[in-house]
Design a protein around this ligand. Structure first.
Ligand SMILES: [Zn+2]
Length: 770
């Protein structure tokens, strides 16, 4: 059945002639829009300074090494000197190309040109056009070429997501070609693309299916772009092969296949499909990307516009319990904005622009420390959490890479146009648009979102009348007003639509837009008592002060259901508010979430009536105490069945079944199999091992738990609950942990039996231990 269907699908794609789709909203060239004074300009400047401080030779270290050349400088830290080596180089190329295209600053082009010339040298010294920085790449690709494909879900023959890394390098090369006008870059990308065609040329549909179980980034997008740049059909054919049927076929039919999936593995696949629709007009690509966007934004997204908890997606509209210090991976929002921008160009619906603003302002701007340009991996949304930023040279992650790009393109989605007939004003960011085709320059000045007043000034006489389509945000309550040269021109009480003002614009025309700004609440879809406060587009967070000492007690609000404007009052500083009489244990100061770079904060609150709170308080505090006690005793914890924590704890396994339940991963060692992983311990002990199990009805567990080779428990999990997650605590003898920093925990089924289904492990100091 399976291969037949794949063959049929491929035939359909190949038989349909490509029908390139016209864009209904066109972007301006990056050089046409300049940022003016404001937080986005500051963020851009911090990243630009950082990009110039990076040493390309350090990024090229492993590329040279794997091409048989001597590295010229030591490698950077974090994932660059782990399995994912090389992805940062691709992001760096893209970021420098973007920055050059925007500013014309030759220093960025020099960086791009240098990196490309070095990649040429790498290709020249190899026979095959391959550009890889990952250790052991040659062995793995030789195996793959022979059809020997193994994946534990997160790796390809032991290599960490190699196609993901290659996609970033392709994207960097294509940006270098298109934005930094480097013709060599396209030749390098083609050679590398030909390698990709060759290495996959013998693979059957079954091989592909197995290979695509491992994260492959946006290889379909990269190959589609290479096709667009060269016109060569072979790259389009390869793009089509990067199609993960398990996830994409249900989405194409309008079924949500995302719960329990690694979020950022999926989003780039959809960006690629959106791009393929533009190039080929394939209707199922469009349908898939639209359904995906709506599902992600309406069913899986937090108030700040980010998604995922511990990198994974849970059940649709079940977000209120999915709040942790590892919510909202920043790459996900980088990719969602890329997708949203594309979908807006295909069909300029205001929902896209509204989402873009939400995520751009409340997540992307929040994700950068403006002092030094460093960026977040996760954007914590648990009450009392705070942000961790990357380091200029070490601790690099995927989000450090996408973070290089994020702040070089704050100006790319402010304005769009339809020929010279309509101008979309989507984002309200101080900026200047140069639009020679229409004969005008337009300057936008505003303190938005501090207030809702925006002023647009026209310089030059327009060649013909055009419509200025001003976004009336979906969240706005009240009337949007537009005045031209001091006179009332248009108004709308219909938020979530564009307000169009068509005129023959003349030099000096002044357009004043007034967007009604007010406090409002948004509620969790699965718990309407869990709320977040916003002012206009700005997510507000309670500022819980510096990150010192024990976590503050979890705050709740006892508002008795009164309107937010009655209990949240403006303070003297713009966008600062103080709760009045409703905070428990005390009142709180709220500030824009995106500005709370260093302090602890709370975004979501439980909202009670006085009577409810009197009932709930004891229970609430007891649960808080239980969690706090566990957290303060925790020495180490990991989630099982998820890529990053398993890597961090060096999980190894044989014959494991990896699945999900209720949006969370778990792993079961089957008959003859095992798993083991490293956990930190308190060398002075005593320690307990807390294992989180999924009550799996499929298995009758019978297994042993060993710590550093010593059996600490025999377990059958008899009488334990089914179909939910639960914890079991095991004492670890002090003799096993004495004087050690770390131990190996091994889960080993008895002969012909299976182990329990594990979704987490935690080492805690035993209760009552000093
Ligand atoms: Zn990331």
């Amino acid at each position: 059945m399976l291969p037949l269907c794949v063959a049929a699908c491929l035939t359909v794609h190949q038989a349909t002639p490509a029908r390139p789709q016209p864009m209904k909203a066109e972007p301006f060239p990056l050089s046409a829009v300049q940022l003016l004074e404001g937080p986005f300009q500051h963020a851009n400047q911090a990243t630009a300074r950082y990009l110039l401080s990076i040493d390309p030779d350090r990024l090229l270290h492993s590329f040279r090494k794997h091409s048989g050349l001597e590295p010229k400088a030591p490698i950077y830290g974090g994932w660059e000197n782990m399995g994912l080596a090389g992805h940062s180089l691709g992001h760096y190329l893209s970021a420098c190309a973007l920055e050059f295209a925007r500013t014309g600053d030759a220093r960025f082009k020099e960086k791009v040109d240098y990196v490309v010339s070095e990649l040429v040298a790498c290709q020249v010294s190899r026979p095959d056009g391959y550009l890889g920085a990952m250790p052991d790449g040659d062995r793995v690709w030789a195996e793959v070429k022979r059809g020997e494909i193994r994946t534990g879900g997160f790796d390809l023959n032991g290599l960490w997501a190699p196609w993901y890394t290659h996609h970033k390098v392709f994207a960097g090369l294509l940006d270098a070609h298109q934005l930094a006008v480097n013709p060599q870059a396209l030749a390098v990308a083609k050679k590398f693309g030909d390698w990709a065609i060759d290495v996959t040329s013998n693979l059957t549909p079954e091989h592909w299916e197995r290979m695509l179980a491992c994260e492959y980034g946006g290889m379909n997008e990269a190959m589609a772009d290479l096709y667009a740049a060269t016109g060569e059909q072979k790259y389009l054919d390869l793009a089509r092969k990067f199609y993960d049927r398990r996830v994409l076929e249900p989405l194409a039919k309008g079924e949500n296949s995302l719960p329990g999936k690694h979020s950022n593995t999926q989003i780039p696949k959809i960006v690629g499909l959106a791009r393929l629709f533009e190039l080929t007009g394939e209707e199922s690509d469009r349908k898939t990307s639209l359904f995906f966007w709506e599902t992600m934004v309406f069913d899986h997204t937090y108030v700040i516009g980010g998604n995922s908890n511990h990198e994974y997606l849970g059940l649709p509209r079940q977000l209120s319990e999915a709040l942790s210090s590892n919510t909202a991976e920043t790459c996900n929002t980088y990719n969602m904005l890329r997708l949203t921008r594309r979908l807006f160009m295909q069909d300029p619906r205001i929902e896209y622009a509204d989402y873009y603003e939400r995520a751009h302002l409340n997540h992307i701007l929040a994700s950068q420390n403006p002092a030094n340009g460093m960026v977040t991996y996760f954007m914590p949304l648990a009450s009392g959490s705070s942000r961790e930023y990357s380091n200029p040279e070490h601790a690099w992650t995927c989000c450090h890479g996408t973070g290089m790009e994020n702040h070089t393109k704050h100006s790319d989605s402010i304005f769009f146009h339809q020929g010279t007939d309509r101008l979309f004003v989507n984002l309200f960011i101080p900026s200047e648009l140069l639009w020679p085709e229409a004969g005008v320059k337009i300057r936008m000045q505003t303190r938005y979102p501090e207030d809702g007043r925006i002023e647009l000034t026209i310089h030059g006489d327009a060649q013909q009348p055009f419509e200025m389509a001003i976004r009336h945000p979906g969240w706005a309550e009240g009337t949007l007003e537009v005045r031209v040269n001091g006179m009332d021109e248009a108004r709308s009480s219909d938020p979530g639509r564009y307000l169009g003002v068509r005129r023959h614009w003349r030099d000096g025309d002044r357009i004043e837009v007034s967007i009604p700004m007010a406090l409002r609440l948004e509620r969790m879809p699965d718990n309407d008592r869990r709320i977040a406060a916003l002012y206009g587009p700005v997510v507000l967070a309670a500022d819980l002060g510096a990150r010192r000492g024990a976590l503050p007690r979890t705050s709740v609000l006892v508002t008795d259901g009164r309107p937010v404007a009655e209990w949240l009052r403006p303070e003297d500083t713009p966008l600062s508010f103080r709760s009045v009489g409703v905070g428990r244990p005390g009142d709180l100061t709220f500030r824009p979430f995106h500005t709370l770079h260093h302090n602890r904060y709370a975004v979501y609150f439980d909202d009670f009536t006085e009577a409810q709170w009197q009932q709930a308080e004891a229970e609430y505090r007891a649960e808080e105490e239980r969690v706090r006690d566990l957290e303060t005793r925790t020495v180490d914890s990991m989630r099982i069945g998820e890529m990053q924590p398993e890597r961090d704890h060096n999980l190894r396994s044989d014959r494991n079944d990896v699945r999900q339940a209720n949006g969370r991963g778990f792993r079961t060692a089957m008959a003859g199999g095992w798993m083991e992983f490293e956990m930190k311990v308190d060398p002075n002990g005593p320690n307990d091992l807390v294992l989180t199990y999924w009550g799996n009805e499929r298995v009758r567990p019978d297994f042993e738990i060993l710590v550093d080779g010593t059996r600490i428990a025999e377990e059958r999990l008899a009488g334990r609950p089914a179909n939910r997650f639960y914890d079991v605590t095991y004492q670890v003898p002090t003799t096993v942990t004495q004087g050690k920093e770390q131990v190996v925990v091994r889960i080993q089924p008895r002969a012909n039996m299976w182990a329990g289904s594990l979704s987490g492990a935690r080492i805690v100091r035993s209760k009552g231990a000093p």
